[in-house]
Write a protein that binds this ligand. Structure first.
Ligand SMILES: [Zn+2]
Length: 117
């Protein structure tokens, strides 16, 4: 598995899965129709059950364009368990992935809280 950041964060290959079941490493290929990855990594149920440290939120605003994107439940739950799990996220309006975190481009819907913090 070519995901060295996972080891740095203390996750092994069995701690994650892909949302739709596309094999890990193939999942990051971009679908030219949507601009989205073919699939996204999420934490497995056992990791999620260790407890959320943020609320489960499904929608965020891209500060660059002002539009709202809504994500799937397993991704939302992964953010709630580990806010820094992802390095970027997708904007449905811009059709691409952009940075998250303290200096990122996204806030949770109806909040000033940066996605990924
Ligand atoms: Zn956007």
């Amino acid at each position: 598995m070519k995901l060295p950041w996972m080891k740095k964060k203390g996750y092994g290959p069995d701690d994650v899965r892909t949302e739709k079941g596309i094999p890990i490493d193939e999942h990051q290929e971009i679908d030219p129709m949507t601009g989205q990855q073919k699939d996204y990594l999420v934490l497995i149920e056992k990791e999620l059950s260790k407890g959320y440290i943020r609320p489960v939120r499904r929608s965020y605003t891209h500060l660059k364009c002002g539009n709202v994107t809504t994500m799937g439940e397993s991704i939302a739950r992964t953010y709630a368990r580990d806010p820094s799990f992802y390095g970027g996220t997708f904007c449905a309006h811009c059709g691409g992935h952009f940075p998250i975190g303290a200096n990122g481009e996204f806030v949770w819907l109806d909040s000033d809280e940066k996605v990924g913090t």
